[in-house]
Structures are given as structure tokens and as C-alpha cells.
Design a protein around this ligand. Structure first.
Ligand code: ZN
Length: 174
């Protein structure tokens, strides 16, 4: 690129931009411009037949890469059942998710399941797979404290149970 030409063409571009801005203030000119722009389709459009150059593509790609360097900006970030996404769901659904067995404090139950979830019910020994087949629900976490304190993340506070044993324990008040 010829460096001596650059300021001149920049000046010219600004001049055109200024003129266009002035012209846009005038309603009849604006209408005329709009009418002629409508006719500027297909090969009359200045972008017709042109593609983004390799250079432009690279700039766009680099911009995205730069943006996603911060993983929080990446659209796929946190899209597993991580604590982060559960927290988001909690905000969206409110504290009590109606489909959650036990009906309350789903976040803490989820967190406890993440930390202390087992493959079998700790009381009757049914597997998670069988539990889903039989009760249509996976094994769930039972908080053994009375009164309940769901915020304590200690292994002896939580039991991993099938729906049936969970129900029995809750009714029995153990
Ligand atoms: Zn059980």
C-alpha cells in the first residue's frame, strides 16, 4: 500500500461521510437515496460478487479467538451439569425445582450428589440403573440432619438412596 495516498483517501472518505450525513438530514434526498438503494440489488449492489478477503476472514477469526480466550465468553463453557450450570438453572427456575424429589433445595441436593453420589442405594442396594427403570428417577440424596441443614457438605450428612428408601426415611422422620 502506498503510504502517501492513505491520508488523502481517508480525508476523502471523511468528506463523503460528512456529505452523506448532511444529505440524510434532507428528507427528499433521503427518500431518493432509499429508492435508488432499493434498485441496487444483485450485480448493482457494490458487494455483489465480492467475498470477504482472506485477510478480513483472518481478522474476524482472530477477533473471535481473542474473545474466547476468556472461557466465560465461550458459548460452550459450563454446558455440562456442573455446579455453575446448576446455579444458573436455580436462578432461572427459582430455588424450588418442582420436578426434584424432595421438592426443595435442589441446588444442595445436586451438589451433594456430585460429591457423595453412589452407584447403589445405601439401604437396599438397588443400582442407579435399576432405580431409574423401576421408579423413573435416579438415586437421590437424603439429608440426615434434623432439623435439615442442606448447606453442610459432609459425607456423613448425606445418604444416596433410591426413591422407595428415600420415601420411607422421610416418612419415618429418620
Ligand atoms: Zn433403596
Amino acid at each position: 500500500m502506498d503510504k502517501r495516498k492513505l491520508p488523502k483517501s481517508k480525508e476523502l472518505r471523511e468528506k463523503i461521510a460528512r456529505r452523506t450525513k448532511e444529505a440524510m438530514k434532507n428528507n427528499s434526498i433521503r427518500k431518493k437515496m432509499s429508492e435508488s438503494a432499493k434498485k441496487r440489488v444483485g450485480d448493482k449492489n457494490s458487494f455483489y460478487g465480492k467475498n470477504h478477503s482472506e485477510e478480513t476472514k483472518k481478522i474476524m477469526s482472530d477477533k473471535k479467538k481473542e474473545l474466547f480466550l476468556d472461557k466465560n465468553n465461550h458459548p460452550m463453557y459450563g454446558r455440562n451439569h456442573s455446579i455453575e450450570s446448576i446455579e444458573k438453572m436455580k436462578i432461572q427456575n427459582g430455588e424450588d425445582h418442582p420436578s426434584w424429589s424432595g421438592g426443595s433445595n435442589s441446588y444442595w441436593h445436586y451438589k451433594a450428589y456430585d460429591l457423595f453420589g453412589k452407584k447403589e442405594c445405601e439401604v437396599c442396594g438397588i443400582s442407579n440403573k435399576d432405580c431409574i427403570e423401576k421408579y423413573n428417577k435416579r438415586l437421590s440424596m437424603h439429608n440426615t440432619l434434623e432439623p435439615k441443614d442442606y448447606t453442610i457438605m459432609e459425607s456423613d450428612v448425606w445418604q444416596c438412596l433410591c426413591s422407595k428408601c428415600h420415601q420411607k426415611l422421610e416418612i419415618g422422620g429418620i
